[in-house]
Design a protein around this ligand. Structure first.
Ligand code: SAH
Length: 265
């Protein structure tokens, strides 16, 4: 690789032995990783990565780095959270430099806080390296601004999937519907029928614009523009593939005037 991190006009932190770096890999496009994460990739002895991490990003690892998969994939049972955290502790205690690599940002619907808390409890030193979350980077690649001055002064990130896999009932959907002009829903495809029906029930306009961004920032990216009333049906009809972001709000309409080559049809 011709990238020379050593030539930067500032210093990146030294990856010390026995440390865990909890890093975001961004939404997919390898160009969206940060210099901090690149530095982690270049120096880690072991990389424990999730399913949503683009394999191309792993190619930036040292040649002899050990790569460990720790996520869900195609129906295989997922690694249990306590297992992953204990594994990180064990690897760090062996004196290895451990990069824990997660899709997007580790602290946005990524359980980064749970892992960091266990490291802290075990006395393992760690760093948090933020990443571009899919709800920001993915929207940009679709040509949808998360905020626009004349439309919304607030944007809300929501998970469409609770810890048990159900639609999150603890959410105050009524307040969300009334209080936030733009909703960005992660993990929402499975429960989209219920989510969209609930939003309409608590007062959102059935004709409101919705975009469903699939595989955002990757060459396979697709964007389906629809409405709140039709979105679940349309997603099924177009066989939209996860991972997806669902954007509800008038900002979706700005896309038409913001065409750029990557934003897909
Ligand atoms: N920590 C991650 C989110 C993990 S939850 C982040 O900050 O982005 C996983 C969910 O993120 C997916 O179900 C999907 O809703 C969203 N997501 C992540 N990458 C995505 C991508 N490339 N395209 C669309 N959605 C994505």
């Amino acid at each position: 690789m011709s990238c020379t991190l050593e030539e930067l006009p500032f210093n990146l932190p030294l990856f010390e032995f026995g440390w865990v770096w909890l890093a975001g890999a961004g939404p997919g496009d390898p160009g969206l990783i940060t210099l901090q994460t690149l530095n982690g990739l270049r120096n880690a002895d072991v990389i424990v990565y999730d399913a949503l991490v683009n394999p191309q990003i792993l190619e930036l690892a040292k040649k002899d780095a050990q790569l460990e998969f720790a996520g869900k994939r195609g129906g295989r049972p997922s690694a249990k959270q306590p297992d992953i955290s204990s594994r990180l502790v064990a690897l760090a205690k062996q004196g290895l430099r451990v990069l824990r690599l997660k899709g997007g940002d580790p602290f946005i619907f990524g359980r980064g806080a749970e892992e960091a808390a266990i490291l802290a409890e075990a006395g393992v030193p760690f760093r948090i390296l933020p990443g571009v979350t899919a709800g920001i980077g993915g929207l940009a690649y679709a040509g949808i601004p998360a905020t626009a001055r004349d439309i919304n002064s607030a944007v809300t990130f929501i998970t469409g999937h609770s810890a048990t896999g159900e639609m999150p009932e603890s959410l105050d959907w009524k307040s969300l519907a009334r209080g936030s002009p733009v909703l960005v829903i992660y993990m929402g495809l499975k429960h989209l029928t219920n989510i969209s029906a609930r939003l309409i029930e608590v007062g959102r306009d059935p004709t409101e614009a919705v975009a469903i961004i699939s595989q955002a920032t990757l060459p396979e990216q697709t964007v389906l523009e629809t409405t709140l009333a039709d979105c679940a049906r349309e997603a099924e009809r177009h066989r939209v593939q996860p991972p997806t972001l669902i954007v509800v709000g008038q900002v979706v309409e700005l896309r038409a005037g913001l065409k750029w080559p990557f934003q897909s049809e």
